[in-house]
Each structure stands twice: as C-alpha cells, then as structure tokens.
Design a protein around this ligand. Structure first.
Ligand code: DAH
Length: 342
C-alpha cells in the first residue's frame, strides 16, 4: 500500500510541474479523487486488508490524501491567481494615448423642452432668470399676497427649514426679486425646481418644475398674455394652437384664469391625451394683483402686468407622451436615452 501511495505521489509531483492552467489542475483532481480516480481506487482496497491492519492503513491513506489534496489545491490557487493577473495586466491592456470615445449622453427631456420654451420667449424679448431653491417666507408667500393663515403655508404642504425659510413651493416666489431688479417694461421668464410636501403618485411629485413668466408695462392686458402664450405653444407644438381662459383663483392675480389649449394631438376631436375632452388644462395665469406690484416697488396706478405659471413637467409629459410624472425624476437611463434634441 505504502508503495502504491509513493507511486501516486511521484506521479502527481511530476504532473504538477507540467500543468499550465487551472483547467488542467482541476482535471488532475478528478483523476485522483473522482469516482474511479487513482486514489479513490486505493480506498477501495481497504476492504481486502486484514481487520487488525485496517485502522493503520486507513490512517496512512488519509494522511496521504490530505497531502496530495494540499498539493493540488496550492497549485489551483497559483493557477487562478496567474489567470486573474493575466486578465488584468495583459489581456485588457488600456491604451491611454488613444483619443476618447465620443460621449453618447443625452439631455433630460425636461431640459430639452425647457430650452425650447426659453428660446421662443427670448426671441420675443424675454430675459431668462434663475430663482433660488431655498426662499424666504416673505418671497414665497407674503410678497405674492398669500394671506398669513393660508393653508399653503402649513407644514403639511410646505417643507420648512429650521431657520424659518422654505424650499420654494412655486416659481412665483421669484416674482418679487424680479419686479425689484428690473424697471418696466419687464418681460421675464424664470424656470425652476419647486418642492411640496406631497404624496407622490402618477401625477403628483414632491419635486417638480415650473416655468413662470411676468410681463409688466403700462397698459398690459389679458390680450398680451393670450398673445405670448399662443405664440409659445404654436412654436412648441409646431402648429397654430387655440387657447381658452376659464376663471381661476390665485392670491397673486386678479383676475385669475386657467388657460387651456385645444388638444394639439387631435385638434379638439377627443383623444386619450385630452381624455376625450378636446382641451388640455395647461397653465394658471392672470393679471398681477396690485399688492404684488406694490410689494415689488411698482405703482399699480401706473403699471399693470400679467403672469403665468407653466408646469414644465406637464409640458414634458405632453410632448413625450409619458403618463407618469415619477419617470421624470427616476434617473431611468433606458427611458431617458430615448430623447434627443429635435
Ligand atoms: N404659483 C401657482 C402654483 O404653483 C401657479 C401660478 C398661478 C403662477 C397663476 C402664476 C399665476 O404666475 O399668475 O400653483
């Protein structure tokens, strides 16, 4: 038995010297310890050993088995390290002198639509302004005439910061700064991210985007508002559009309206996008309340103005046919990569 073991050991030591890869090493393990492996066969011989020697022979076999297994395992480890190193250092050599691959990113659909709208408004003499995301209570509420006890100021609707400021709940929060910054005539749009303490579903987000606009001059009328909105929408939808006004209510406008657009997808005949109503509710708007003008340092006896608050997410969903607002903040690359600038 001892001779047979020595023979196998010698065989293995020889074989291991010639092994070139992990596969060969694994094959050797099978050759030794597989079902009819060389070593397995030795164990089978135990049954012929006289009873009094069985224990001793078994011990010798087990020790030898451990030794041989150790040799094979060491070799396996060595081989797999070599293979990994080969993969890292030789097979996947990176040539850092090569020119970079062309970047294949794409703009977020909301950025695309925002830029298109900005382009139309700037071509009509509007400036594009940035608003803050953290606002004072004054700018977000008081300056735009939201009463002290209005529910919109509640914790349930608004994210309040410890210092008494808020995450702006609407782009109207920038109106006061803009009215103070410019002297009329003023034409400004200000897109921005807004936040509300809101339960999220397919049509509500706690983080959403609006694009607000103000026009202030002597003798501004609802006609100006309709004109600019129609111009903008016709360019965005690539065809002349019809709009209609319904009465609305906002503390910062008097009178206030809801502007609807005749569904540009079915020309008002009724389709899934307009829920068969023929009209799409698009944009709250109105004539700027005299107190808002006054808060902005303007005399409402001299100047008048109109304002609108377009939902940018809604515009994006309309132009991309998305029907779940949550997709827009999802970071889902599969979806986002589909949108390219027109
Ligand atoms: N700030 C309003 C909102 O978030 C939207 C709005 C309504 C803006 C009327 C306006 C406006 O400028 O005139 O619900």
């Amino acid at each position: 038995m001892q001779n047979k073991i020595n023979e196998i050991k010698k065989y293995i030591l020889e074989k291991i010297k010639g092994i070139k890869n992990l596969k060969e090493c694994q094959a050797l393990r099978v050759e030794m310890f597989g079902k009819s492996g060389k070593f397995t066969e030795l164990f089978k011989l135990i049954k012929d050993v006289p009873a009094e020697e069985k224990g001793k022979v078994g011990q010798i076999l087990n020790t030898a088995k451990q030794e041989i297994e150790g040799l094979i395992s060491d070799n396996e480890r060595k081989m797999s390290e070599e293979e990994i190193n080969k993969e890292i250092y030789s097979a996947e050599k990176i040539d850092i002198t090569l020119p970079a691959e062309k970047c294949t990113g794409s703009l977020h659909p909301r950025t695309i639509i925002q830029r298109e709208i900005e382009e139309v408004f700037t071509s009509m003499g509007f400036v594009v302004e940035d608003g803050n995301e953290v606002e004072t209570e004054y700018n977000n509420f008081t300056a735009v005439n939201v009463p002290e006890n209005h529910p919109a100021r509640d914790m349930q609707d608004t994210f309040w910061l410890d210092n008494g400021e808020v995450l702006k709940t609407h782009t109207s929060a920038s109106q006061n700064r803009i009215l103070k910054k410019y002297t009329p005539p003023i034409r400004a749009i200000f897109p921005g991210r807004c936040f509300r303490n809101e339960d999220v579903d397919a049509s509500h987000e706690n983080t959403f985007f609006q694009l607000e606009g103000v026009i202030v001059d002597k003798d501004v009328s609802v006609g100006n508002l309709i004109y600019f909105m129609k111009e903008m929408l016709s360019k965005i939808f690539n065809k002349p559009v019809e709009v209609r006004l319904r009465p609305g209510f906002f503390p910062f406008t008097e009178p206030s309206f809801e502007m609807d657009v005749k569904c540009p997808f079915c020309d008002g005949k009724g389709c899934p996008t307009c829920k068969n109503g023929g009209w799409i509710e698009l944009c709250p708007c109105g004539m700027i309340h005299p107190q808002v003008l006054r808060n902005g340092g303007l005399d409402p006896e001299v100047y008048s103005g109109c304002a609108f608050g377009l939902g940018l997410d809604r515009m994006t969903m309309l132009s991309t046919n998305l029907n779940d607002i949550r997709e827009l903040n999802s970071g889902n690359l599969k979806l986002l990569k589909q949108f390219k600038i027109k």
